[in-house]
Ligand binder design. Structure first.
Ligand code: BG6
Length: 496
């Protein structure tokens, strides 16, 4: 159960708080899931006080909440919100923070449990954790003291070296069990369902291997362009922004061995094993395995939009990729020889994230004689968003005297089956931290293993800087090179 606590949000006046964190807390409060003794303290450099912070939160809830703002309930929630202005590098600010926390805890009857949420640029993480520790704001894990936990947002570093530095500094100041590295994809309802689907049903697991599966496709397509985040994104690019974290985590859930319990570390061990088995992509095979590209001008919802290099705050000679497609192998017994095709990009025709498991074709012995209706292989498609659900393509006989075969879909949709909208990823994840459950968070070794694999690709790209970066028209599915990546293997990207 979530324990009574105060959540201190570093960078509490930023976009993540307004769009995600405060609405998530509001929804959980409304649903009666938050502990009764609970408070929020936003901590940031913005000029705000409790009152203006409550306004800020209200605006976020009105615009981004899953459930509409209930004006009768709002006052009960809003009294729990506080703000403390200060600089993350100033020791005095931490003294004030401590005083403020004592007051809040006394007022709300909170037994000193504190969660620090770092929604700040990675360059500031080391300073903040050191300052917290020096100010005596980190309690030991001795089973007696109230808990101190820390939540760290991505990106954890921008390469292997910086990720290691950040992790080292986190672990110097906190115990690994107090650290919750967030990857919000793991909090999505449909992503959590991968484990239940794979291991709560008897029919999939026996087929879940290279004998029966031809290949796997993972698509995370976004309709939006870079928006207002160019300052960060232009230094990151699609590989760092989406693949290093979210997509590799999806891949581990699809590919992992069955864990032997629901214990956080047992599940994380299974995920980690997959990362160890990723076949390296380096200068020797990068050309055949990875395509990167950048969006050019095009159309988006019927309107003309500029190319990436013309976006606000993007360097007009930028070679940052906004799209990446990869062919990945997992070198273990289960997945030997099965390609995982991955693609992700901004300014695609629509927002759609899907994992598709394509099974092998049946032997061409009985039915393939009918040329007009060649047999399509079975596909199990997990739709992560926006149309959450799961569908299975199955061959059936078209009614009639002849044997004609037609692929039909067995379809499950969350919306029509369960009605209400599922909680947002951040709702679930914040409650998990309050309850001390780290299952859906990244362990130090998994962050570093992902970076080790990504770093090879980054190094290979750095070797041939001058190489031309293909452009794709905004509102399309990426460059032709991405089609070629899969078509040379006699396969095709799925139409979404
Ligand atoms: C973030 C990335 O982690 O995930 C963004 O930094 C991306 O660039 C976002 O848009 C996608 O998240 P979601 O939940 O909207 O699919």
């Amino acid at each position: 159960r979530p324990q009574p606590c105060t959540l201190v949000i570093f960078g509490g006046g930023g976009d993540l708080s307004r769009r995600k964190l405060l609405p998530a807390l509001y929804n959980q409060a409304l649903d009666g899931e938050l502990p009764a003794n609970f408070a929020v303290l936003g901590f940031a450099f913005e000029e705000m006080n409790d009152e203006s912070y409550r306004e800020f939160a209200r605006d976020g809830v009105e615009k981004y909440s899953r459930q509409p703002l209930d004006s009768e309930f709002w006052p009960d929630f809003e009294v729990k919100l506080h703000f403390q202005q200060g600089s993350f590098t100033d020791p005095k600010a931490y003294e004030q923070l401590k005083k403020r926390l004592d007051e809040i805890e006394a007022k709300f009857g909170i037994p000193g449990n504190r969660i620090y949420y770092l929604a700040i640029p990675p360059a500031l993480i080391e300073t903040c954790v050191q300052q917290l520790n020096q100010a005596g704001l980190v309690m030991p894990m001795d089973g007696v003291s109230p808990f101190s936990r820390i939540i760290v947002e991505k990106p954890i570093g921008r390469d292997l070296a910086s990720a290691r530095r950040i992790n080292a500094s986190l672990c110097e100041n906190f115990d690994e069990q107090q650290i919750y590295r967030i990857d919000h994809y793991l909090g999505k309802e449909t992503v959590q369902n991968i484990l239940v689907m794979r291991f709560g049903n008897a029919i999939f697991e026996p087929l879940w291997n290279s004998r029966y599966i031809d290949h796997v496709q993972i698509t995370v397509a976004e309709e939006d362009g870079v928006g207002t985040r160019a300052g960060y994104y232009d230094k990151a690019g699609a590989l760092r922004d989406m693949v290093q974290n979210h997509i590799l985590q999806l891949l581990t859930l699809i590919a992992m061995e069955p864990p032997w319990s629901m214990d956080a570390n047992v599940i994380r061990d299974s995920r980690q094993d997959v990362l160890h088995c990723l076949r390296p992509i380096d200068r020797n095979n990068v050309e055949q395995s990875v395509v990167r590209a950048q969006y050019g001008a095009g159309f988006w919802r019927g309107e003309e939009v500029p190319g990436y290099r013309r976006e606000e705050r993007v360097d007009n000679a930028s070679t940052t990729e906004t799209f990446v497609a990869l062919k990945v192998f997992i070198d273990n017994w289960r997945w030997s020889g099965v390609p995982f095709y991955i693609r992700t990009g901004k300014r695609m025709p629509k927002r759609a994230s899907e994992i598709a498991i394509q099974f092998k074709s049946v032997p061409p012995i009985m039915f393939n004689a009918d040329r007009n209706h060649p047999l399509e292989p079975n596909v199990l498609a997990l739709s992560i968003q926006p149309n959450e659900g799961l569908s299975m393509r199955i061959a059936t006989k078209l009614p009639g005297a002849k044997v004609r075969i037609y692929p039909v879909m067995m379809d499950f949709r969350y919306g029509s089956t369960f009605g209400e909208r599922s909680p947002e990823a951040y709702e679930r994840l914040l409650l998990d931290v309050m309850a001390g459950d780290a299952t859906l968070f990244m362990r130090r070794d998994s962050v570093e293993s992902s970076w080790i694999w990504i770093q090879d690709i980054l190094d290979a790209w750095a070797d041939n800087r001058s190489r031309w970066l293909p452009e794709y028209e905004a509102g399309t599915w990426g460059p032709l090179e991405a089609d070629r990546l899969i078509e040379t293997d006699g396969r095709k990207w799925r139409l979404l």
